[in-house]
Design a protein around this ligand. Structure first.
Ligand code: SF4
Length: 279
């Protein structure tokens, strides 16, 4: 299966599993959207949605927000991450929109990134959600999910992931794909323990395939003889050595023979780990 075919299959299956792929941020217009997206950096949409109703009641328009000082914004957003910086960014953003863009939130990515607090990701989200631009911003969920599935390979930065996704996902599907991958990461392919048992794209996921290749747990091991058991040399030991495997993952290894076929003697499970992409 080529990467393009894999991307098509993933999008098709996620469409079936997630019938309404859209942002979970609550907003009424481009002004409210850009404010919500700026607030959502390093913060959950759920938490942002809790503060925005009062914030938009206090500052219903870009003009209202441009007129005040960051100290007036801070109390309304203090429960979210980085409230100091975000207060400054929001007021600066509103003033620039008023002075440089006639009070209208700009619709293109190059214009949006000029605004304080608006990076490439925020600009793409706003351009795509509010103005229907083709964009595929990569957040922490998309970064993790794309690498796990294998839609992105050896992509260690969001920009590299974005470039690879844009190569293999059809342009018309970028915006929808963005929401599908985020929601899949938020509710199924969780950072700490992905819910592979509920996932509908296991057939296209490299991470899942690697998990299936791990050795089955061993029973009857004797933890009193040692913390670890080397199944190659068939002996117990307490102090393991470590080795990098072929995918660059540090694995527990046997201090005598160097084998990575090692088990936790208390749990009976393999000590081998699959390369993950949590950030
Ligand atoms: S199979 Fe598991 S790791 Fe792969 S995408 Fe689904 S939930 Fe994520």
């Amino acid at each position: 299966m080529t990467r393009k075919e894999r991307a098509n299959n993933v999008i098709r299956e996620l469409r079936k599993a997630i019938p309404e792929p859209q942002t979970e941020l609550e907003y009424q217009d481009p002004y409210e959207l850009i404010v919500a997206v700026v607030l959502s950096a390093q913060c959950t949409d759920e938490r942002v949605n809790k503060v925005t109703p009062d914030l938009f009641r206090a500052f219903p328009s870009v003009e209202d927000l441009a007129r005040v000082e960051p100290e007036n914004v801070y109390p309304l957003i203090k429960s979210i991450s980085y409230p100091n910086n975000k207060s400054k960014h929001l007021v600066g953003l509103a003033r620039m929109v008023l002075n440089d863009f006639d009070g209208e939130i700009p619709s293109t990515i190059p214009e949006l990134v000029k605004l304080p607090g608006v990076g490439r990701k925020t600009a793409q989200v706003v351009a795509s959600v509010a103005f229907d631009e083709d964009a595929l911003p990569v957040d922490t969920h998309i970064f993790r999910v794309s690498n796990r599935i294998g839609l992105a390979v050896d992509a260690n930065t969001p920009l590299k992931v974005e470039r690879q996704l844009k190569k293999y996902i059809a342009t018309d599907d970028w915006s929808e794909g963005h929401h599908l991958l985020i929601l899949h990461g938020r509710y199924t392919c969780l950072a700490r323990s992905p819910r592979c048992e509920k996932c509908t794209i296991t057939a296209y996921c490299d991470y899942y395939k690697s998990l299936q290749k791990l050795p089955a747990p061993m029973s009857g091991l004797k933890p009193k003889k040692g913390k670890f058991y080397c199944a190659t040399r068939k002996h117990y030991f307490d102090e393991p050595t470590h080795k990098m495997d072929r995918s660059g993952v540090k694995q527990v290894s046997c201090p005598k023979c160097g084998s990575m076929n090692v088990f936790d003697s208390k749990k009976g499970t393999t000590t081998r780990v699959v390369r993950d992409f949590r950030v």
